[in-house]
Design a protein around this ligand. Structure first.
Ligand code: BYC
Length: 477
């Protein structure tokens, strides 16, 4: 395996695909089905556009990407793994110290397949969720960014499908087909995880999604990058380099929205949300409601607070903790405990449970720390304008459907309420139908003039790669 990618093959790769004819044929068989899915479910009306995209040419940390105009159906989706490092070991669990597995250990096969399928399922799901948004993009810069995110989610699907085809035989191939058959939000055949069946109806939702939900991707991929199953670890490492841009799009997108709103509020000396909306921008209260929604559905993606699945994934060496190898402990967690929140006697309390069963909660906490830092940066943007409003993360138990808080009604401040009380205040905390209608009405058309931005968002600080902000990032032909 080399760092450079072979683009001569029909399927670009750095895994010497040409040497395994059976695998190559199987993937070449899957490829047209993938293209069919892209034409059906990829970004609407985009197939003939020239988009200024980056494509991976190497898996080296330095200089792995080239930037050029590409028609998205001609994007070179392929298989890129970070090269193996000599003598890697399983770094945690009962198999700690064994050489990392280059093949699937038979006894862990179904667990591993399930992890790979769940990861793979989120990638096409997000493309499906976002497919209409190109029609109302706030600028060519943003349009290019959503397309970049979409093609890379497509590539992440390829990454998981390669593992299924290469290591799981017939049932792997069947799973790979099923990944193209499920549909986000479909009643009969939905995507596997909750958040990936929610609509992403507008650009505020898209930026929130890429900030919050793509960051779940970062933390899950980081845990899988610790896996004792070496091909999974190496493919996740490369996926993480692509993920960083998606979170950048989310953070700067929300940052530019709050900047525009707060600047107009300061300039016009107003703070009433109706007056703010009358200026054609999104009031900060609505931004807070979107934040509450996306944060809470993303917290659910980490799974139950107490999970025997998570304990098994760890004990067997299949899925580690965030930055496992940098943690200074026994990497077995046999005696350790961890605090998880739960509701007792009408109050939220912390309970110590065996750390092995609390691994989902621990990863969720790592995630929350990083998310909080991003919210602090948004608040700095608002603070600079002199506007006193601050965004904040709601309580961890707010609006949860999975884990200890599911079935309880918790306010953003962490108060346990009755269903009636909570529902009575729902529209103060979560986007209402009227909020969605307002935001969507504002985003009714697409801004196509290079360098121009919709009224509701500030321009970015700089363009893509070395290009200026008014570069023609998408040509519609
Ligand atoms: N919705 O023991 P439990 C990304 C299920 S995002 C629906 O509590 P476990 C991306 C669970 O499957 C990262 N069902 O949880 C972002 C299980 O079902 P079964 C995606 C849920 O198994 C943006 C049952 O409840 N990657 O990459 O420890 C754009 C009990 O489960 C949910 C991964 O998730 C839910 N929210 O952990 C594009 C990594 N939560 O098996 C991409 C791989 C739980 O009993 N997946 N359930 O029928 C995993 O590590 C684990 O499957 C989970 C769940 C962390 C998701």
């Amino acid at each position: 395996m080399t760092s450079n990618i072979d683009y001569i093959d029909k399927i670009p790769n750095n895994v010497d695909l040409g040497r395994d004819r059976v695998l190559q044929r199987a993937l070449e068989h899957w490829q047209p089905a993938y293209m069919g899915w892209w034409y059906d479910m990829g970004p609407t009306e985009s197939h003939n556009y020239d988009v200024y995209l980056r494509t991976a040419i190497s898996v080296d940390p330095e200089g792995w990407a080239v930037f050029d105009y590409v028609k998205m159906p001609q994007y070179r989706w392929g298989i890129f793994l970070v090269p193996p490092t000599g003598h890697r070991e399983v770094n945690f669990g009962i198999n700690k110290g064994q050489p990392a597995w280059q093949d699937v250990p038979g006894e862990y096969r179904s667990m591993l397949r399930r992890l790979i399928v769940t990861q793979g399922d989120t990638e096409p799901a997000s493309v499906e969720q976002q497919r209409m948004l190109g029609m109302c993009a706030p600028s060519l810069y943003d349009l290019r960014n959503i397309y970049q995110v979409n093609v890379e989610e497509g590539r992440h699907l390829w990454a998981m499908v390669y593992l299924l085809h290469r290591y799981f035989g017939r049932d792997g191939r069947e799973e790979a087909e099923a990944l193209l058959e499920r549909r986000s939000g479909d009643v009969d055949n939905p995507r596997i995880l909750g958040a990936f069946n929610e609509p992403t109806p507008d650009w505020l939702a898209f930026y929130m999604f890429t900030f919050f939900t793509d960051r779940d991707g970062k933390f899950q991929l980081s845990s899988l990058a610790e896996s004792g199953f070496d091909p999974l670890a190496r493919t996740c490492r490369f996926m993480l380099t692509e993920e960083a841009h998606h979170m950048f799009v989310g953070e700067t997108g929300v940052g530019r929205i709050v900047q525009r709103t707060a600047e107009l509020m300061a300039q016009h000396k107003i703070d009433d949300p109706d007056h703010v909306r009358a200026l054609g921008v999104i009031d900060l209260q609505t931004v807070q409601k979107y934040l509450n929604f996306h944060y809470s559905v993303t917290l659910d993606l980490f799974g139950g607070d107490i999970s025997s699945n998570a304990a098994s994934f760890y004990t067997t060496g299949l899925k580690g903790r965030y930055e496992e190898t940098r943690i200074d402990d026994d990497h077995q967690l046999s005696d350790a405990t961890y605090k998880v929140g739960t509701v007792k006697d009408g109050r939220v309390i912390d309970e110590d449970i065996p750390a092995l069963n609390a691994l989902n909660e621990r990863l969720r906490d790592d995630y929350i720390g990083e998310v909080q830092a991003g919210v602090d940066r948004w608040n700095k943007v608002i603070e600079k304008t002199g506007i006193p409003f601050r965004l904040r993360l709601p309580h961890k138990g707010f609006h949860r459907q999975i884990g200890n808080f599911a079935g309880h009604h918790i306010s953003p401040d962490g108060m346990v309420m009755s269903a009636e009380q909570w529902n009575g205040r729902r529209d103060e905390w979560m986007p209402s139908a009227a909020d969605y209608t307002f935001v969507q009405a504002m985003m009714s058309g697409r801004v196509v003039e290079p360098g121009k931005f919709a009224n509701w968002i500030a321009p970015p600080r700089r363009g893509i790669h070395t290009q200026p902000i008014d570069f023609e990032y998408v040509r519609f032909n």
